[in-house]
Design a protein around this ligand. Structure first.
Ligand code: NDP
Length: 331
């Protein structure tokens, strides 16, 4: 293979451009492997990386794509031989280094995770960073050893992280999962995933913000932040916990110390980018154990040259479920 297709973003003197281009194959860099990418997927961060003032990419040109899964086709590392199936999420992929929106990609060996046997590359990317983040949050919640009938809340439930968190909690046997979603049309699907009740943000927030509210929630997996998270913290029960994954609705969190010092609540931050390798591996194994859950997810498959419309939908808040990118198909 001399050349291949990739989706690249460029910015020259304030003129921003993006699109599918043909790239030349380069000789293998030290401590890297070359991967024939089967699938990538599209996350909100990819949409930001692919837009002019997204604030994600510093050096252009760059191939975005924070996730990829495929097969090693060139390697000088005997631990990572040619033919091995691997996946990569986070680190600098698609941000400070070229990423997954490419038919081939060279990646440092220390970023590689062996594809769990129970997963195909397509399934791994249906989960992607969203599934990985949801799994990190759910595993953190499991450490609380809450009774299975505890009242759990997942916000941004129709999104990638939220929907997979709902599905995982259901598979782990939790029986009281309240999904917060603005999308009435997603109610049936969220019930199928395992949510037991669906409410809008307006329905779960008090009319007037309170410092301490009625204690109705044992734990929250939050992907929205902003006003919604601020309104949920005072509703946490004594000893409750909030697992903060995202900021789809804003980066601010308004609170007082009272729920912390009077109710002993805690807030746990969830990061998917720089997770240490041992936790990375066990988290992918955890996802592989729940492989059957992937069939219940809502995903669409696109090609490299369809990325434009997916990026616009994500930026407009109109994207639903997960989008995976099939690299096999020529554009
Ligand atoms: P999606 O765009 O798929 O989903 C986000 C969901 O949040 C939407 O579907 C919507 O759900 C809800 N939402 C969006 N905008 C608003 C708003 N203005 N107010 C209230 N709700 C809103 O994104 P992901 O699930 O992939 O990611 C969710 C968040 O997590 C993002 O902020 C992302 O950057 C972050 N993230 C963080 C990671 C980490 O390492 N911590 C890794 C991956 C993602 P609904 O309409 O159902 O309410």
């Amino acid at each position: 293979m001399d050349n291949f297709l990739a989706f690249e973003v460029t910015q020259v003197e304030n003129v921003f451009a993006r699109g599918v281009i043909r790239k030349e194959n380069e000789s293998l860099k030290e401590q890297q492997v070359n991967i024939k990418v089967d699938y990538s997927d599209v996350n909100y961060k990819d949409a930001l990386a692919s837009s002019k003032k997204g604030g994600v990419i510093r050096d252009y040109p760059r191939v975005p794509g924070i996730d990829l899964a495929g097969e090693i086709v060139e390697s000088q590392d005997e631990n990572w031989p040619v033919g091995k199936k691997v996946l990569v999420t986070g680190y600098g992929l698609g941000v400070s280094a070229d990423g997954g929106f490419s038919q081939y990609q060279q990646v440092p060996v220390e970023w590689l995770v062996a594809l769990p046997e129970a997963l195909t590359t397509k399934e791994a990317m249906t989960l992607g960073t969203a599934g990985f983040t949801a799994a990190l949050a759910v595993q953190a919640l499991e450490k609380e050893q809450l009774p299975k009938e505890s009242s759990l809340v997942v916000t941004g439930a129709s999104g990638g992280v939220g929907s997979i968190a709902v599905a995982l909690l259901h598979r782990l046997g939790y029986t009281n999962i309240l999904a917060v979603s603005r999308k009435k049309e997603q109610v049936d699907w969220l019930l199928e995933l395992g949510a037991t009740q669906i409410v809008t943000p307006e329905e779960i927030l008090p009319e007037t913000p309170k410092v301490l509210a009625k204690q109705t929630i044992s734990a929250v997996i939050d992907t929205v932040g902003g006003n919604l998270l601020s309104g949920l913290l005072p509703q946490l029960q004594y000893g409750g916990a909030a697992f903060l994954c995202g900021n789809a609705g804003g980066i601010k969190m308004e609170t007082t110390v009272l729920p912390f010092i009077l109710r002993g609540i805690k807030v746990v931050g969830i990061d998917s980018v720089n997770v240490q390798m041992p936790l990375r591996k066990t988290t992918w194994d955890f996802l592989a154990e729940h492989q059957a859950m992937i069939q219940t997810l809502n995903y669409q498959e696109i090609r490299l040259n369809d990325l434009d419309s997916t990026i616009e939908a994500l930026l407009a808040g109109e994207h639903q479920g997960r989008t995976i990118v099939d690299m096999e198909v020529n554009v």
